[in-house]
Design a protein around this ligand. Structure first.
Ligand code: AGP
Length: 601
């Protein structure tokens, strides 16, 4: 939930840390701070608010040093404030520490340290970590960190510096993201590559509980019991241009308009009709074909994709599927055996609840299939099989291209599985392949006609049936998280069981109404809304005249097979939420209270 970055090398660390923090703000932005070691002295500067507050403070009274740590926070323990911001320092001022995650047993450790005579200035769990490392720091920083985290329960990524060891950063992680950047005579540690991609695209992925020691001379990695590791240096093909806004006003709008390309990337090597040549999917098919049960688990927008996946896999591949929120799955004692398959969907690959669900599934012998966007992410590495959606970096907190790419991958998986278990014959699979290949162009068409939606209204109702009920949920979530307007997604048939009481002239109702087998039913729902004075925004197929009489606003969506319609229907709903939020002058890419990656439980 927070962004951490560290640098050690031969250049002024301050601008490098500040630019890294700016690129990590999507992970949390209620306060930020940096720690530098300058001529053997530790300097810490923290500010509440966004990284720009910290930047202007540092510009006024400069700070130098070739090594430092930076942190941008999303508060979990302790209110957003300058005092609670990271880095935190031990009582003796011998170490500075930054942390992402939660120390679940911070109270017990605090009691232990109070008994040892330490005092605390904040009520954060991170300060407990800093005091604990200080407690064990005699003359070996890595050893002190390793001893400290051996007592910690919870997910964390941590980096520490100490003036007594003035060019060394020590870092470790357990179930929270941390990646090492390998430069020329300079090294980086960060929550993700966005923080240092402009300096290097060479990375080392640290695995859980491993320790990294970075100096300008190089980086060493160790197992928890201090055995030296020789980890591979990987090259990331994301460059800064992909991360920048590309000329759009917001990352979110850029990512909405990147969807045709993202969907083409998701299809690469996956339309094949030979089941053993379907990129990353062929390895999954035998598990799914012989599965005793198939669960799909995820959070938020990824859970909406999972709901669509349930319809698609059952309708196309005739495989029974059960969808559960990851935050529920992990506590409901699910029935899992060695033939169970658990599919985990996650854009970031770091969502704590989804990770925890995966761990439970693996403990009980299930095969875990990760459908993720971020290569090398924790969920990718915790899964037995991984299918990457290849959507490229998604910086806007509100997920857009990842959602449609997730649905695309699920459709490709359903087609491959239908071929593999003979639920689809060659002709059906060929027709579906053609429909899939037509989608990116259809998305371009929807983007071209979606226009600008300017009206602002209080409360929205989103209605859909079948595969488009999860799209109604997704449309409602987009509006809520971007414009802070209350919105609800409902199965259209449920409206008469209560929500219809909300309908009046000030209640816009978005109806997803493709000309499929539920069309006549949703027309009746639209009539019900109209007769109570509600405003109708209808998404419907081109050339549909019947609905023109009823709807106040029509957004045409090209016709395609039912399984793929959610991809097309999601686009206008993304734009609706985006334009309303922009019209309200809100922070589209970093909505209040949210973070891009929820790595706390
Ligand atoms: C979606 O717009 C939100 N940002 C949020 O619901 C998100 O989908 C959820 O936190 C899951 O994230 P993940 O896909 O990275 O696991």
């Amino acid at each position: 939930m927070c962004g951490i970055v560290g640098y050690t090398g031969n250049r002024d660390a301050t601008p490098i840390l500040l630019s890294g923090l700016a690129r990590l703000e999507y992970r949390g932005y209620d306060s930020s701070g940096i720690a530098l070691i300058d001529k053997g002295q530790l300097m810490v500067r923290k500010r509440q608010g966004k990284v720009d507050e910290l930047r202007s403070s540092l510009e006024k009274s400069g700070a130098n040093g070739f090594i430092g740590l930076g942190h941008t926070r999303w508060a979990t323990h302790g209110a957003p404030s300058e005092l609670n911001a990271h880095p935190h320092v031990d009582n003796a001022g011998r170490i500075a520490l930054i942390h992402n995650g939660i120390v679940e047993n911070h109270y017990e450790i605090r009691e232990f340290l109070l008994g040892q005579g330490y005092h605390f200035n904040t009520d954060t769990d991170t300060e407990v970590l800093a005091q604990l490392v200080g407690h064990y720091f005699h003359d070996h920083l890595a050893e002190a960190l390793q001893k400290a985290v051996s007592l910690v329960e919870g997910a964390y990524s941590i980096a520490v510096v100490a003036p007594e060891d003035p060019s060394t950063i020590v870092a470790t992680r357990d179930r929270a993201p941390l990646v090492i950047g390998v430069g020329q005579g300079e090294y980086f540690v960060a929550s993700d590559v966005a923080a240092f991609i402009e300096y290097t695209n060479k990375v080392i992925h640290l695995d859980d509980r491993e320790i990294a020691v970075l100096t300008p001379e190089g980086v060493q990695t160790f197992t928890p019991d201090q055995r030296l590791l020789h980890k591979k240096i990987q090259t990331i093909d994301w460059d800064l241009e992909k991360i920048e806004k590309g000329g759009f006003d917001h990352f979110m709008l850029k990512e909405i308009y990147e969807q045709p390309q993202a969907l083409e990337n998701a299809m690469l090597g996956r339309i094949n009709s030979e089941c053993d040549k379907i990129n990353e999917i062929d390895g999954v098919l035998p598990y799914l074909k012989n599965a005793s049960r198939v669960y799909i688990t995820a959070c938020g927008t990824s859970w909406h994709a999972a709901l669509i996946g349930e319809y698609i896999l059952e309708q196309i591949a005739r495989v029974p599927v059960e969808v559960e929120y990851a935050s529920e799955f992990r506590y409901r004692d699910p029935i899992i055996d060695k033939k169970t398959v658990v599919v985990a969907i996650s854009q970031s690959g770091e969502t704590a609840d989804t990770l925890a669900a995966i761990r439970l599934a693996k403990e009980r012998g299930a095969t875990v299939v990760g459908i993720v966007n971020v290569v090398g992410s924790s969920i990718a590495r915790a899964s037995d099989q991984v299918i990457h959606i290849n959507a490229g970096p998604e910086i806007g907190v509100a997920s857009t291209k990842a959602f449609t790419s997730q649905v695309m991958v699920l459709a490709l998986l359903a087609r491959a599985l239908g071929l593999h278990n003979r639920a689809l014959d060659a002709r059906q699979a060929g027709n579906l392949a053609q429909a899939i290949e037509a989608i990116p162009e259809m998305v371009r068409a929807v983007l071209a006609t979606a226009g600008q939606i300017k009206e602002i209204a209080r409360d929205f109702l989103y209605l859909g049936r079948g595969l488009n009920f999860p799209v109604a949920l997704e449309g409602a979530l987009k509006l809520k998280e971007l414009s802070y307007i209350h919105a609800e997604g409902y199965p259209a048939a449920e409206m008469k069981h209560g929500p219809i009481a909300l309908i009046d002239k000030d209640m816009p109702v978005v109806c997803i109404a493709p000309r499929d087998n539920t069309y006549d039913k949703i027309l009746s729902n639209i009539q019900e809304v109209k007769s109570r004075g509600g405003q109708i925004i209808a998404l419907t197929s081109e050339g549909d005249n019947e609905i023109n009489r009823l709807a106040d606003h029509i957004i045409h969506v090209p016709e395609t097979v039912p399984a793929l319609y959610p991809i097309l229907a999601a686009i206008p709903l993304q734009l609706l939420a985006y334009h309303i939020a922009v019209a309200k002058g809100l922070d589209v890419d970093q909505p209040r209270n949210l973070a891009k990656c929820v790595t706390v439980e």
